[in-house]
Design a protein around this ligand. Sequence first.
Ligand SMILES: NC(=O)C1=CN([C@@H]2O[C@H](COP(=O)(O)OP(=O)(O)OC[C@H]3O[C@@H](n4cnc5c(N)ncnc54)[C@H](OP(=O)(O)O)[C@@H]3O)[C@@H](O)[C@H]2O)C=CC1
Ligand SMILES: CCCCCC/C=C/C(=O)O
Length: 498
Amino acid sequence: MSLLTKDEYESIAAHQDLPTGAFIDGGYRPAISGQVFETVNPATGALLTSIAACGVEDVDFAVEKAREAFDDGRWSKMHPSDRKDVLIRLCKLITRNARELAVMESIDSGKTIYDCETVDVPETIHCLKWHAEAIDKIYDQVSPASDDHIAMVVREPIGVVGLVLPWNFPLLMLAWKIGPALAAGCSVVVKPATETSLTALKVAELASEAGLPRGVLNVVPGGGAEVGEPIGRHMDIDMVSFTGSTVTGKKFLSYSAESNAKEVVLEMGGKNPAIVMDDAENLDRVAAHVVNGAFWNMGENCSASSRLIVHKDVKAELLERIAHHAKHWNVGEPLDPETRMGALVSEGHYNKVCGYLEQAENVLIGGKAEKGFVEATVVEVPGNDATLAREEIFGPVLSVIEVSGFDEAISIANDTEYGLCASIFMANAKRAIRGARAIRAGTVTVNSFGEGDITTPFGGYKQSGFGGRDNSVHAHDQYTQLKTIWIDLTDDEDEAVD
Ligand SMILES: NC(=O)C1=CN([C@@H]2O[C@H](COP(=O)(O)OP(=O)(O)OC[C@H]3O[C@@H](n4cnc5c(N)ncnc54)[C@H](OP(=O)(O)O)[C@@H]3O)[C@@H](O)[C@H]2O)C=CC1
Ligand SMILES: CCCCCC/C=C/C(=O)O
């Protein structure tokens, strides 16, 4: 994808039609209460538009429509290859609208247009396409039951699903959830984050244009208490999949327990370690990975490498190289294609990150924060007990912890309530693999930073995750339930029934 100039992106932004309504039952509509909330561009503070501020009555209406759609089978029982065709058409429409979606995402979230154009939008299409293609390629099972029986183990769509989304990857997290949920045949009610509702609404509109039957994909914008909690507590929602903070994620377990014991899948926070041992090869390359892991998406990433656990013998050289690479992560206007770090998502979040920066006693690199933008920052912490080493900052702040050996590094890596991702940089392959096995995290990368790809399950151990995984065929499991169909093959005379 060739990028445009900043002026050209600004011109697209200035002439865009932004969605304002909730998208329920195949069309836009205002909130039943008539209320709206304002959404602003965090990079400029400018008002973008006002969006329907939905509440419990809108959730009820969306769930009613989703239930109707599920029960009459307009999607859940559609022939798998036809379902696939609809989702492939959606991918084509997203591709046709890619530029508009990238600009919308950037102005709504503060993310760079560079990332939106090269990662968020293409990965969204890739994800939806991958799950669409899987629809007519996944088989059920026949169990090894006795010769007198056939036992089929089949997966059925779980029903009406609530999807509660974060603001850091608005489009991509939507795709991670609706891709497998729609592929499975579910109907969904999506709650985007308040800060970033625009692209989810636009995708729902495109899905309708692609032929997705009405009521199957509903997007209900509004606050966590007003829309998120009613989704969590709804008696007619069969399952909720959530991505966001650990504090909020845990609430969904209570909501479920206090309502209909719906299934809950949680993808939550992280304080992910990057371990660099003294035998790591090519420290310049290692530094590039560490910097990318810590500062990509302004560190607003649950899988960000926010703890650098480095062997004392390579620390000085590694930090020198990190300083060199961090210079390429320039802070600037998100719509400038040269910018690599845009604005943090909101004033409130910026203030939170600044609060953490104020606690830093030894800033090694960066540290500047101004009007919603924060520079790539590296701080030395006295140990893994420091607040900056324990709490998820969700900003471009990397905390450095020095160690003297491999076992110490692994022990510190595991000394966290989280367990989402980790990376290990070292030449000794046997030890690296032992380390990857010893770290209690859902994804461990060796000699690189990353989250895997669409083919690999993504989710956390400990307080980073619960109940299932995003991505890969395993993501489909969340949105289905297993049924056993047991068929007796014996004839009447075979049975010894008195
Ligand atoms: N793991 C991850 O990917 C993410 C982690 N975070 C972490 O969370 C911190 C706080 O960010 P925040 O946006 O508040 O994240 P939250 O976890 O609070 O928000 C995630 C989603 O949950 C909704 N929500 C909020 N409160 C409730 C509630 N009581 N019941 C049901 N749904 C609710 C939010 O709605 P609304 O937008 O209206 O608040 C949003 O749609 C960040 O600083 C970061 O550390 C944040 C985002 C993603
Ligand atoms: C292209 C891969 C992007 C992965 C982003 C993973 C982040 C998840 C989250 O923050 O919830």
